[in-house]
Design a protein around this ligand. Sequence first.
Ligand code: NAD
Length: 479
Amino acid sequence: MVTEKSAIFIIFGGSGDLAHRKLYPSLFRLYKSGFLKDHFAVIGTARRPWSDDYFRETVITSLKDYFDDSESVMKEFAQHFFYQSHDVNDSEHYIALKNLAAKLDDQFSAGHNRVYYMAIAPRFFGTVAEHINSEGLKTDGYNRLVIEKPFGRDLDSACELNGNISKAFPEDDIYRIDHYLGKKMVQVIPDLRAHNPKFEKALNNKYVSNIQVTLAEKIGVEDRGGYYETAGVLRDMVQNHIMQIIGATAMDEPEATDAKIIHKHKCDLFASLKEMTPEQVDQDFVRGQYDTDNLGEENAYRQEDKVAEDSNIETFTAGKLEFDSDRWSGVPFYVRSGKRMPDKTSRIDIVFNEKVDELGIKPNTVVTLLIERKDGHSILINGIDYKESAQDFIKFPEEKEFDNAREAYESLIIDILSGDRVHFTLWDELRSTWKYIDTIEERWASQTPEFPNYISGTMGPDSAEMLLERDGNSWVWDD
Ligand code: NAD
């Protein structure tokens, strides 16, 4: 059932790419489905001196890229949009913002609720949060702060950022976005486990040979070379998205789908990540950077816009994670992410061993959870759609099937408006995952890789295959 929500959204970075490509289309979907109706307004802020009318035009223009609704519906929606020119360091501007939000709250009866959305460069997150607090923008309704990634670039910077925002907002009001947690398959994993007792019973070191998580992209860095030079795939994909996917798959079975319980189980899992020595990093993690393709038509990474000619930033990584826990000790978790791979895919492959026969599951069965539903498939058993497989130990609870699944940002905005933090990341989770990633980054920083080392359109460097061969395993997803 749809319950209308009331809030004033203040979007810092309201003229930017994320706002136009993700946030406004998602808000429009929520408007069309009735979650947002009469009692909301959106204030876009950025430095440029735009009028409300001009801002509304930009919103409508971006909606037209995604929807074929009539212009009158889009205009009606855009009447809820207002623009305030804003410099993040200017205290006066926060007062103007506060007054505009109060005025719009009266006009739309928005229940004194505020969503402060940081669609702005990460270096401003702390400043904006502090000013929201010090200039008295908070109301007697709810005041929720939404933070985009990246949340720091190592443990120290993440601690500093967290220190700054937590001076201004209590943890319970902070919504750290990891948009993979907005994806239907990732959200449904705890339900899949609860609904399929045999599958749940098999998810441990007695029955699992290994677990593989692959997030592969076909494209290169496109126009994001500047950002990528500060990150690399380990920070951009593994520290956050891959870790959260592993969290949902491998945490202890939650007693309920309650945010506190799920977060506790994830925190416990990440705290049990097995620390690596520098020598283990050399053995268990490989990195790569794409070269041109076989025809020499595509740019090598080092030829991309805003990328240094001698850049040592990795566009591919594969590695083996292990956990020190009763449940997972001895089971390798192989992770892999890269750009310019043969295809775009996001998947979890759970490879069972022979003993799983005891539970009535065929020995060596592989269950694949497709995070991006592909060709209508979502779960595969030994490569066959689960509905057509002779084995039936895993299936969706009827109402959780994928038809009409919400887009990730739409789903996350509903959660923010509902005060449900289950699909957001906690600081304790980030602390453990950054600590782990720092060990790898520090080792890599002390060595010079031989880049580029894989051809665009391939599965990455050969070392990624050898990583598994060494253990007698192989990647389930192969070209
Ligand atoms: P962008 O450069 O397109 O937009 C940045 C916005 O910030 C603009 O509206 C700009 O006017 C505003 N801004 C810049 N300096 C300002 C200042 N001093 N005072 C006030 N406003 C200022 O960036 P983006 O791609 O939209 O990314 C925004 C945030 O979202 C970043 O933290 C980014 O890491 C994160 N993010 C973006 C994407 C994406 O797909 N674009 C995906 C994930 C995370």
